[in-house]
Design a protein around this ligand. Sequence first.
Ligand SMILES: C[S@@+](CC[C@H](N)C(=O)[O-])C[C@H]1O[C@@H](n2cnc3c(N)ncnc32)[C@H](O)[C@@H]1O
Length: 265
Amino acid sequence: MSALLYNEDALSGISRVADASVDLVVADPPYGLGKDYGNDSDRLDAQEYLVWSRRWIDAVLPKLKENGSLYVFLTWQHSPEVFSYLKTQLSMVNEIIWDRRVPSMGGSTRKFSSVHDNIGFFVKSRDYHFDIDAVRIPYDAETKKARTRSIFVGKRWLELGYNPKDVWSVSRLHRQHAEREDHPTQKPLEIVERMVLASCPAGGTVLDPFMGSGTSAVAAARHGRSFIGFELNPDYFAIVKQRLARLMHGGERAVPAAATQPSLL
Ligand SMILES: C[S@@+](CC[C@H](N)C(=O)[O-])C[C@H]1O[C@@H](n2cnc3c(N)ncnc32)[C@H](O)[C@@H]1O
């Protein structure tokens, strides 16, 4: 297991990654909405954003193995066009709606408040890796009790739990959240861990071209997957390294030794 972290533009650095070597791409690019990441990466107009999206997609897709998968976080403003482009090269399996569980706080009076992100789940071939048992949600005692009719007794699925649906209700990481780092669009670990467990085989490799605070690096390390990641901003890059170091020293599942070697960081 290893973690290769690069503080550089993914589009130039990606050539270091061997073709057909990655099981899972978790891509959480700037959304094209003008967020300040301490660089100009989210200051493109709509047309430029689509051109740039095609560029990173073209750079990343050759890295996927034949049975590999890609998840991409987007919002409704650009997801139709980016999904359409991805569909020219991959098969779309799901659109997952991340319901950020944003509490009602007044908000706009001229439109409905937007509280979701659009996540595209794409695969390269029909033979894609997908481990549903690793991400099943246990039925609660109440539901199990309601299934006591003889046709349900002994059913494996009732014991294993159910298949998560395509609306994922997970609270965004507000400022006081224990997981929260100093990054404006950090994603909850729970979401990225589900992607890793379902779509990257044990011992496989996850690639994240836009690491931010390194949520995908932590998810991969916690579950024994190798990791390759890129991040432009040196401050965010430092956060990624801190999070991995904390994981290693915190008594949680250890980060592989290679992740701490300077040549790999
Ligand atoms: C939406 S955030 C990722 C957040 C991350 N998923 C997390 O949980 O913290 C996008 C990140 O991509 C970085 N970025 C933008 N363009 C990049 C590029 N060309 N190469 C590498 N990183 C880039 C930004 O600095 C920003 O931190």
